[in-house]
Design a protein around this ligand. Structure first.
Ligand code: GLA
Length: 375
């Protein structure tokens, strides 16, 4: 399967960890529809780790925990499909998953067949308990081969956290997206750290195999499995803006039953989602003053010739951030400028000839779409 756009959906891990069950997944499917998330493009509903029994059955098959998932995964998958959603599941290259459930090592073809028989559309494939004697790229190739030949189109989500130079070999495995970092947790420190880690990853995303910057913490406010201190709404908006600019898969991690209006507004902004889904071109950073690390300006060319741009402020104080059109390929005096649109405020800000400067408060961002305009 050649995936054209980064996946959008919801994943159970960030909030629920091992506290998952059929009822929760059904309720989440219902909410993805009733809250407008499906309409906004979030179609994958992914059950992460902790769904199976601790042992395979006598034939070596994975067995869903009958207490948590009494109707089995096929019936649950049917429910998800009936809602117009797609069904995602989780396994691991190793002998065990990260939480200690059976991994797919040595069972790759059998497990791919099992997932296909349950109607699975997406497999997240983790990197814990990897046997030392086999290279990671071989293990991803095994599952990639198994999935490609299982008789069903299944998105292959490789979750090896960027380890072992993942970015250089992941496209040889059939993976559709690859995790470039360890886990993002719900705190400003973690978020800032993850953003800085993207500086040398920009060449390795885009169509073919999207750079997965990890699941979203938007709307968690410190609760749930990876909830630490929580973040402010402005920090969540900065997080979402950069994930979209970078063309990352956008997997919601908050509890949809508790979702407030601000969270919904962040997650369903059509102008920002369109920028995420427009992921053919390589994102880049442009020079912007004395602290480029702490106040990065990220840019991505869009398919219709526009640019998307994020002015991010990672400082603990407000700063003034400027971008110079020169760095976007627009020399002074060429007869063109850029019309600047604020995609969070849904506001056109006018046409600028050479530069565009704005004040950006601490831990927040501004996000724009630029359209080339004759002066
Ligand atoms: C790893 C992954 C997480 C999650 C957990 C589950 O840490 O990176 O995204 O899947 O395993 O145990």
């Amino acid at each position: 399967m050649y995936l054209q756009r980064p996946t959008l959906g919801w994943n159970s891990w960030n909030t629920f960890g091992n506290k998952i069950n059929s009822k929760l997944i059904r309720e989440t499917a219902d909410l993805m529809v009733s809250s407008g998330l499906r309409e906004a493009g979030y179609t994958y509903l992914v059950i992460d780790d902790c769904w199976s029994l601790r042992q395979r059955d006598k034939r070596g098959n994975l067995v869903p925990d009958p207490e948590l998932f009494p109707e089995g995964m096929k019936a649950l998958g049917d429910y998800i499909h009936d809602k117009g959603l797609q069904f995602g599941m989780y396994s691991c290259v190793g002998t065990q998953t990260c939480a200690g459930y059976p991994g797919s090592f040595g069972h790759e073809f059998q497990d791919a067949a099992t997932f296909a028989s349950w109607g699975v559309d997406y497999l997240k494939y983790d990197y814990c308990y990897k046997p030392m004697m086999v290279d990671g790229c071989i293990l991803y190739r095994r599952m990639g081969l198994a999935l490609k030949n299982c008789g069903r189109d299944i998105v292959f989500d490789a979750c090896s956290w960027g380890y072992d130079d993942t970015r250089y070999w992941i496209r040889t495995t059939g993976a559709n997206q690859w995790r470039s970092t360890l886990d993002l947790v719900d705190s400003w420190e973690s978020l800032k750290n993850m953003i800085l880690k993207q500086n040398d990853q920009t060449a390795f995303g885009g169509m073919g195999c999207f750079n997965d910057m990890d699941m979203l913490i938007v709307g968690m406010y410190g609760s749930g499995n990876v909830g630490i201190t929580g973040c402010t709404d402005e920090e969540y908006r900065l997080h979402y803006s950069l994930w979209a600019l970078m063309g990352s898969p956008l997997m919601i991690g908050c509890d949809l039953r508790e979702m407030n209006d601000t969270t919904r507004e962040i997650l369903t902004n059509p102008e920002v989602i369109a920028i995420d889904q427009d992921a053919q071109s390589q994102p880049f950073r442009i020079p912007n003053g004395y602290f480029p690390e702490e106040q990065p300006v990220w840019v991505k060319q869009l398919d219709n010739g526009d640019y998307a741009m994020v002015y991010a402020n990672l400082h603990d104080d407000g700063v003034n951030i400027c971008a110079c059109w020169w760095d976007l390929g627009l020399p002074p005096g060429c007869g063109y400028g850029f019309a600047v649109r604020d995609v969070w405020k849904h506001e056109d800000l006018g046409v600028y000839e050479n530069t565009f400067c704005v004040g950006v408060p601490a831990h927040s961002c501004r996000m724009f779409r630029l359209a080339l305009t004759k002066l």
